[in-house]
Ligand binder design. Structure first.
Ligand SMILES: [Zn+2]
Length: 533
């Protein structure tokens, strides 16, 4: 065994027990953890960590690297909290445009509209005469200008195979500019200019570099949209893929047998650090857009339907994927959507026996009996605590809470209840929906406050995770969800040398200080991908 890298003077943190291991060195060889005895060998790099804390490499359980890199190329509107602020940001983005260029923006929070409709008319003159497409923060909806509607030939309502997709129209049937769900947004995307492949690679590489610097060694990428897979392959070849990505392509309503067979065939395709593994499905949309699937309508009478017009068809697809050994991840936000996914998994396991590991993404509002079913069925809950702490308010004056009403807004984002009920809870950011910094997400999971203003009261403090639960959500849980618990997620001999080195022990640092702890070193498969020591 010839070591590649030796780390000494380290505090080695076990995410299972929360204890420091008795050893203080780590020997990496052949991309794996080879042992704990530092032995001098010629030509081997030895890094003295000076008491820094080594944790297993942090893995974001839900992100979108390529589509996120593309989306975040436009104006960042995530800081706009009211219409005046939004108009000012758009005006300054408009001034930068060259003739005929599209105005693109992202991260728009519908709360900026207050009680007014999210529409091109509400935004007003600043969008007049130019093609503009703005992603709302949930990435399930887009606000486009009249000119963009014209270029896309959208002049009235449309029907889609995705149940909750819509061209929103006013009572006279005139589109307002708001497009709901992928199928509707795609109408405009199809006529908007796209970045070149090289530009996309450059943008993605930069995002991945920043992710590695934030301590991420891996991520579960929840789409293979557009040229994503080609981008990963190209970046790997150029030595610019610092994260290990597990990629779940989408299965959309209307997918026929040939499409499913193709998805099953592609499982395992990939390179050294990227691999197609699993499928991503949607059972509903979002609360904010009124496209979630709730047992009872929201206060506008919306969020009553499934994303699959025939939910039984979804159940059949889950059965088929389970039989083929394909792990699935289903976006399900409303209580009815989550229930339906769990029913489908239950039926698949009853029919074909245990096998592929399934998960539900987001799980925003569910009753007690649904919480209990996750552990019983072995379904992973994939949670994004910062969606709650950054985009809803503790006093429930935000759009999301008002739509749901007190009872349902109070049984929401139940990270702690799920963990305490024995469910495996994977944590993630859903970047670009929320910032990807893993320490920030773990901090939000613990203090339940918006990272930008820690003086705010905590939102649903009863759902706060313990420091150990939060760390497990970035280490043990994603390893299990990926079926890699025998080779990832812990500091053990034979495990992959995916490591994150922090200046402080994340379990003992105060919740409100965690996000600021320096990331000193990130190692992926024994290779240093970020270094600040
Ligand atoms: Zn997502």
């Amino acid at each position: 065994m010839h070591p590649d890298l030796v780390l000494t003077n380290a505090r080695l943190l076990d995410p299972g027990s929360g204890n420091l291991l008795p050893q203080d060195a780590l020997v990496l060889s052949g991309g794996r953890i080879a042992g704990f005895e530092a032995a001098a060998a010629p030509g081997v790099e030895v890094l003295d960590l000076d008491g820094a804390v080594v944790v297993p490499g942090l893995v974001d359980g839900h992100l979108h690297p390529v589509s996120g890199a593309e989306r975040t190329a436009g104006a960042d509107l995530s800081g706009c909290t009211d219409l005046a602020g939004l108009r000012a940001e758009l005006a300054s983005a408009r001034r930068e445009l060259k003739d005929g260029q599209w105005l693109r923006g992202w991260g728009l929070d519908p709360n900026a509209f207050g009680d007014l409709p999210v529409s091109a008319d509400t935004v007003g003159l600043v969008l007049d005469g130019i093609p503009a497409a703005i992603d709302l923060f949930d990435a399930h909806s887009m606000l486009v200008s009249r000119r963009a509607l014209e270029l896309a030939g959208i002049d009235g309502p449309r029907r889609f195979e995705q149940g909750s997709a819509a061209v929103v129209c006013d009572p006279s049937g005139r589109p307002t500019g708001l497009l709901l769900e992928d199928a509707a947004c795609e109408l405009v995307e199809a006529v908007a200019p796209r970045p070149s492949f090289a530009e996309l690679c450059r943008a993605t590489a930069e995002v991945l570099r920043r992710m590695a610097a934030a301590g991420l060694t891996g991520g579960h990428a929840m789409d293979a949209n557009g040229e994503s897979l080609a981008v990963y392959a190209a970046l790997e070849e150029q030595g610019r893929l610092p994260l290990r990505l597990r990629i779940a392509p989408w299965v959309q309503p209307g997918a026929g047998p040939a499409e499913l067979a193709e998805l099953i065939r592609r499982q395992g395709e990939g390179g050294r650090r990227w691999r197609v593994d699993g499928a991503k499905l949607f059972m509903d949309g979002t609360i904010d857009n009124g496209t979630a699937w709730l047992e009872h309508p929201d206060c506008h009478g919306e969020s009553t339907g499934a994303f699959w017009p025939d939910p039984a068809e979804y159940t059949r697809v889950i059965g088929e994927l389970h039989r083929a050994g394909v792990p699935t991840a289903t976006h399900a936000i409303g209580d009815a959507a989550v229930r339906h996914v769990l029913d489908a998994v239950e039926r698949a396991v009853a029919a074909h026996g245990p096998g592929a590991r399934h998960r539900v993404e987001h799980v925003e509002t569910v009753p007690d009996d649904t919480v209990a079913r996750f552990a019983a069925l072995g379904v992973t809950a994939s949670m994004q605590p910062t969606h709650c702490t950054e985009y809803t308010r503790a006093d429930h004056t935000d759009n999301w809470s008002r739509r749901l009403g007190e009872e349902r807004a109070n049984r929401a984002f139940r990270c702690r209840d799920l963990a305490d009920a024995g469910a495996r809870v994977v944590l993630g950011s859903d970047w670009p929906i929320a910032p990807f910094e893993p320490l920030g997400v773990m901090a939000g999971a613990r203090h339940r406050r918006p990272g930008r203003d820690l003086r705010q009261p905590p939102h649903l403090p009863g759902q706060a995770l313990t420091p150990l639960q939060a760390l497990g959500g970035y280490t043990l849980a994603p390893a299990w969800a990926a079926g890699e618990e025998d080779r990832a997620g812990r500091l053990a001999v034979g495990h992959r040398a995916d490591l994150t080195v922090l200046a402080e022990n994340p379990l003992t640092v105060p919740d409100t200080e965690l996000a600021g702890v320096p990331v000193l070193l990130t190692v992926s498969g024994g290779e240093v991908t970020h270094r600040a020591v």
